[in-house]
Design a binder for this molecule. Structure first.
Ligand SMILES: [Cu+2]
Length: 792
């Protein structure tokens, strides 16, 4: 390990005895004396900042009962399932074929909220932990993929294996037909011989058109990459593959080719799989013979060719772009030079920060989940978790036209990997690991969650009172530091790097931000296909697509008796007796009501609508219901297509701006990870959550969509930029308190002029710093290190 030590002297002077310390000189010149330079002799007197010191530990009030199952439980569950006594007739994953029974997936069953609340808020028993297992049962007469729940854990004589059906409302419980199940490696292996037989017979054609050949996914003679897409069925009665070809290499997603093979892969008997057709030159050829005839007639040509190099597509310094003046200096940093201001229970994954407290959980499926979020001891949310990251593409090419992704289907939560200190997260951040189960083994992905406090980059609040004729132009001036605690993770799901931030602001507001970087899924460029995105490289079109990410926000404002209040700002015509000359005139006014029943909702044109979750009866000192407002941020959108065959009913949760439902233990998830390949007959149909139940004065859940209509651009090369590909939403107190929650913060300044202070003889400005010392220390930053994954 090599350390790059960068020493920076912090040029701030301690202001300890604030009232007597004049930051302005007696002539009233507004030059703070802490700007004076320091000689090197004084520099040696400073000690080193405590940037890397761990946060103080605190004991979580309760055990984190939302935590995922342990590696020991994972292994014990695996062994239990594979014991012949289980009668599941499982084949080991190394030997299994599509028509065998084998375990695909082990995660954790969410604990029932109805069991958790008595434990959390009283002396109820600790809820049991259960494993969630998905078994591919290809060996059954009617092959299915079936969900199971195994518990209670740890495994004992009490432990049972039961079908996990209750969270799924599609009609078949936890079962999904073989054709609609995840298209895993074994299904790919089963379909590969057909694909190879097609492609090996047209190597002369692919060489001429694409500059490469395909002899198999792992065949060293292949010079093309085959890239299947999803969904691979409509309703489970059929299965298909749409396979696009690309040039190989690290940036394959940006180097698409004009060639597609469509296969019918219905059923477990691979001998029945068929070629559906081939596409190139925007023509469809039902058979290889049709393709060959067109090729030999000279009808197939390519106007563009992918360049063979891919250096342009890597996220590294591009010397050809030159340099920028002064950019060789070290960039500004957010550093916790005063010491960490948050406390942790790293064992229980519990966080406290300036009034906030919450528990952190991680699931294989959903990534980071937060529970029991409180501010100043009062519960705001029971659960806050991302439920789905959907993406749907458009284009006049087989893959772009059909692609729908649900990233939970691809186990987004298993794709959290180490982050780079100082670049992904500030120097000195707290890093937590996540554990990912895979079969009977588990892997620790180190440093895959980071926690840090940031300078908000703006003051939380301030006011300069009075344009008065004195040396300062004010009678008093107050300003409060803006700070926030962020919990960050990055999920690299295939081509994309989603960055998830939960930010806890010191005023009691909470913000979710999601950003996207990484490679676009692009298409081959045709001059006449501008309707689906611009040309962004020699032979590459940036494919138009939507990202829609859904959050479950189970608000519990001071408990479960909540209302969703709508406040519409309307223009009304009024007459007022003191304006007789106006007659009727237009102005703004509020109309307020509570949503009565479960329903999908929209953001209003011009932002003239506010949603707030309130306690049903608790009011603040001024008589208003105590609540939190849902403040739209950047890009609160929904899926554009509402009736696409590829996202018809399996993506229902992505099709509204926001939805309110009543909380049920049987509705823990907004989507099913097995929905992706069942667009017409999903395992779970979110729209069925809306069954006319009352949401007044009851436990309600908000489902909120963030996302981006990705208007692709040449600046998506080499990768999409986090600066612009961003979406956010905020929850902010709305009459929750009697006043703003900044009065109790001492990181502020308060200045009064002598006249205002009542001292007519004094000449010095009076300043107040509330005893907050400015640190005097050297900063010694350490070059980040990337820890390897640990196989348990
Ligand atoms: Cu995108």
């Amino acid at each position: 390990m090599h350390l790059l030590l960068i020493h920076i002297i912090l040029l701030f002077e301690a202001v300890v005895n604030a009232a007597g310390t004049p930051p302005f000189d007696h002539r009233g010149q507004a030059f703070p004396n802490f700007n004076h330079g320091r000689g090197s002799s004084k520099r040696a007197a400073y000690s080193t900042c405590s940037l890397y010191e761990p946060a103080e530990q605190v004991a979580a009030p309760k055990e984190n009962i939302w935590a995922q199952i342990s590696p020991e439980d994972n292994l014990a569950v695996w062994n239990l399932l594979h014991d012949s006594a289980s009668e599941l007739n499982l084949t080991g994953p190394d030997k299994a074929k599509v028509n065998d029974n084998y375990v695909w997936y082990i995660d954790t069953v969410p604990v029932n909220k109805s069991d958790v609340l008595p434990y959390l808020d009283g002396s109820g028993p600790r809820p049991n932990s259960w494993a969630r297992v998905i078994i591919f049962e290809g060996g059954k007469p009617e092959p299915v993929s079936q969900e199971y729940m195994i518990g209670p854990l740890p495994v004992s004589s009490e432990t049972t294996i039961q079908k996990l059906d209750y969270p799924f409302n599609g009609g078949t419980g936890g079962a999904v037909p073989f054709n609609g199940r995840f298209f895993d490696q074994k299904r790919r292996d089963a379909a590969e011989p057909l694909l190879v037989s097609v492609m090996s017979n047209i190597t002369d054609i692919t060489s001429a058109l694409l500059g490469g050949v395909f002899h198999g996914y792992d065949n060293p003679e292949s010079t093309l990459v085959a890239a299947p897409t999803t969904p691979t069925s409509f309703n489970g009665s059929q299965a298909f593959q749409v396979i696009m070809f690309r040039l190989p290499g690290p940036a394959s997603y940006l180097r698409p080719l004009d060639f597609y093979v469509l296969l019918d892969t219905t059923g477990t008997d691979a001998s029945l799989y068929k070629l559906k057709g081939l596409v190139t030159n925007t023509q469809f050829f039902p058979t290889v013979a049709d393709l060959r005839a067109a090729f030999e007639a000279g009808e197939l040509t390519e106007e563009f060719y992918q360049p063979s190099d891919y250096d342009w597509a890597l996220v590294k310094y591009n010397a050809a772009m030159g340099t920028r003046e002064l950019e060789d200096r070290f960039a500004p940093q957010n550093l916790e030079v005063g010491g960490k201001r948050y406390k942790l229970d790293s064992e229980q994954k519990y966080v406290e920060y300036l009034g906030w407290s919450f528990y952190v959980s991680h699931s294989q499926t959903l990534g980071i989940m937060l529970y029991d979020i409180r501010f100043k001891g009062e519960r705001i949310l029971y659960e806050l978790s991302m439920q789905e990251a959907a993406a749907q593409y458009g284009g006049f090419q087989p893959k772009a036209a059909s692609t729908l992704y649900h990233d939970t289907h691809f186990q987004l939560g298993a794709d959290l990997f180490p982050m780079v200190e100082g670049f992904d997260c500030p120097f000195g951040s707290t890093f937590w690991n996540v554990t990912v189960h895979n079969g009977n083994t588990s892997t620790v992905n180190p440093n895959s969650i980071c926690i840090f406090e940031l300078d908000a980059g703006f003051p939380l609040s301030r006011h300069r009172e009075g344009d008065v004729p004195n040396d300062y132009g004010f009678s008093n001036l107050g300003v409060v530091k803006g700070s926030l605690l962020t919990l960050r993770s990055i999920a690299t799901v295939g081509n994309y790097d989603y960055l998830f931030d939960y930010a806890f602001h010191v005023d009691g507001s909470l913000e979710i931000t999601v950003r996207a970087s990484g490679y676009l899924q692009s298409s081959f460029f045709f001059r006449d296909q501008g309707a689906w995105g611009p040309r962004i490289q020699e032979a590459t079109q940036g494919s138009l697509h939507d990202h829609v990410l859904t959050w479950k926000a189970d608000f519990d404002i001071l408990g479960t008796e909540n209302n969703l209040q709508v406040t519409e700002q309307k223009t009304v015509n009024t007459t007022q007796p003191w304006w007789p000359e106006l007659g009727e005139f237009e102005q703004i006014a509020l109309e307020t009501y509570n949503v009565e029943k479960e329903r999908a909702l929209s953001w209003a044109d011009n932002g003239q609508l506010m949603y707030a979750v309130n306690h049903a009866s608790a009011t603040n000192k001024w008589g208003s219901p105590r609540g939190y407002r849902i403040v739209p941020g950047k890009s609160n959108i929904r899926l554009s297509t509402l009736n696409s065959p590829f996202s018809r009913r399996n993506t229902a949760l992505s099709k509204s701006h926001l939805v309110v439902t009543r909380q049920h233990d049987t509705e823990p998830w907004g989507n099913s990870i097995q929905n992706l390949n069942m667009p017409w007959k999903p395992q779970q149909d979110f729209s069925k959550f809306l069954d006319d139940e009352s949401v007044e004065g009851t436990d309600l859940v908000m489902w909120l969509n963030l996302g981006m209509h990705h208007f692709t651009r040449s600046e998506d090369i080499p990768v999409t930029l986090y600066s612009e590909a961003v979406s956010s939403i905020m929850f902010a107190p709305q009459n929750f308190f009697d006043q703003s929650q900044d009065g109790d913060l001492k990181n502020r300044r308060w200045y009064t002029t002598p006249e205002a202070a009542g001292d007519h003889n004094a000449t010095e400005l009076v300043s107040e710093a509330y005893g907050i010392n400015l640190p005097q220390c050297n900063v010694a930053l350490q070059e980040p290190t990337i820890a390897p994954l640990v196989q348990l």
